[in-house]
Design a protein around this ligand. Structure first.
Ligand code: SF4
Length: 382
């Protein structure tokens, strides 16, 4: 059992160099044994769990040219079914460009307005999800959003922020920049690429054309776009994959420009915070939502409705001790006056999961409490 995050080979190799170390696995989010499905006989809160035939694959990813090519080039017999889903997208023609496979505009419109249906409606299910196998058909080559999304995080809000706010944007910029670089290196007609020279915007779609609603490509537009590559789109994507196959992270940085350099620095800082297990000097109670009362425990939702934590019932009423005093003083006061000894691990987890929050105005004044690193454990707090 590895304690290192399982990323697509290419991204895993680059991020290890970028961060100068391995990323701890999000072991609470187990895609092989989905933790977002109810256990047999379990009384599930309404709208909490996913549908088994969908799981979290309620998404239609953009597959940039080199990722598409990697999937087409994959020789592994296990990849055959997944490869066919990509071939089907290419054959359909809509959103098929020299930079990759763009998500259909009508899907994105639906997706942005269907938050409660995430994980629960087949209308949103990804075409690369293989229902008969119960998992993703292109997992080894999944793109930035799929590679960085987890339903649960060992370090709660801190972990979610690391993946969502730092690694995903970094990889998304890398994807866009490298897709364009491949096209330049391979001598694609520049004028044809002009409409694609900015990253995909995730804003509201401004009215859909009939062909977008019907997900068909306009043959004349495709001919103008693809020029002499028309009909050889798969060959093009395979060539793009070969362009990036051997790139090292330093080469990626040199190709991708200042945005990616800046994001890589920010990602390194976020990585250091992720690995930092010291007590913050000051914390205060944060807003959270009581989801369920069980025997002696409370299930509480804070940073994400998908990742509630369970804490002993006695803990919640003592969190007010953290207001207006240092963390160490609060821990001692709780021990003396309530006869409850909170371990450093537990206080850090309360902060990670957003039941306590760092007091920002005093954050810069005091250094964190030095303390050796510890195990992250699960989201069940004791
Ligand atoms: S590409 Fe794979 S991981 Fe991503 S949404 Fe589709 S099936 Fe799920």
């Amino acid at each position: 059992m590895t304690d290192e995050a399982i990323l697509p080979d290419l991204y895993g190799r680059w991020l290890k160099d970028c961060l100068s170390g391995p990323i701890p696995a999000e072991s609470q989010a187990n895609c092989a044994h989905c933790v977002m499905l109810p256990l047999p006989g379990e009384a599930a809160p309404a709208g909490f769990y996913f549908e088994p035939a969908i799981k979290c694959c309620s998404y239609l990813p953009e597959l940039h040219n080199f990722l598409t090519g990697q999937i087409l080039n994959a020789q592994d017999p296990d990849m055959q079914a997944g490869r066919r889903t990509v071939e089907a997208r290419i054959a359909a023609g809509a959103g098929v460009t020299p930079l990759g496979l763009a998500p259909a505009a009508d899907y994105m419109l639906l997706y942005r307005h269907s938050r409660p249906a995430f994980g629960r409606s087949k209308a949103l299910r990804c075409p690369h999800y293989l229902e008969e196998r119960g998992h993703c058909g292109i997992w080894k080559y999944r793109e930035s959003t799929c590679a960085t999304w987890f339903c649960k995080h060992r370090r709660g809000a801190l972990g979610q922020s690391f993946w969502r706010d730092y690694l995903q944007p970094l990889l998304a910029w890398v994807e866009h920049s490298l897709a364009l670089w491949c096209a330049l290196e391979l001598g694609f007609e520049l004028e044809a690429l002009r409409p694609y020279l900015t990253p995909t915007q995730d804003g509201e779609t401004e009215g859909l054309q009939p062909e977008q609603l019907e997900r068909r490509a306009d043959p004349r537009a495709q001919k103008r776009l693809w020029r002499h590559w028309l009909g050889r789109e798969e060959e093009w994507y395979r060539a793009c994959a070969r362009q990036i196959a051997e790139l090292e992270w330093q080469q990626v940085l040199a190709i991708c420009g200042p945005e990616v350099k800046a994001m890589a620095r920010l990602a390194r800082q976020a990585y250091e915070r992720l690995l930092d297990h010291r007590l913050p000097p000051r914390l205060e109670p944060a807003a959270c939502e009581l989801v369920q009362i069980r025997d002696g425990t409370l299930r509480i939702s804070s940073y994400s409705a998908l990742d509630p934590v369970e804490i002993p019932s006695a803990i919640l009423p003592v969190l007010h001790y953290f207001r207006d005093c240092k963390v160490r003083e609060a821990i001692e006061a709780i021990a003396e006056q309530e006869n409850i000894r909170l371990s450093d691990d537990l206080v850090i987890k309360l902060a990670d999961f957003g039941l306590l929050q760092i007091t920002t105005d005093r954050e810069a004044e005091e250094p964190p409490d030095p303390r050796p690193g510890g195990d992250n454990g699960a989201s069940h707090l004791e």
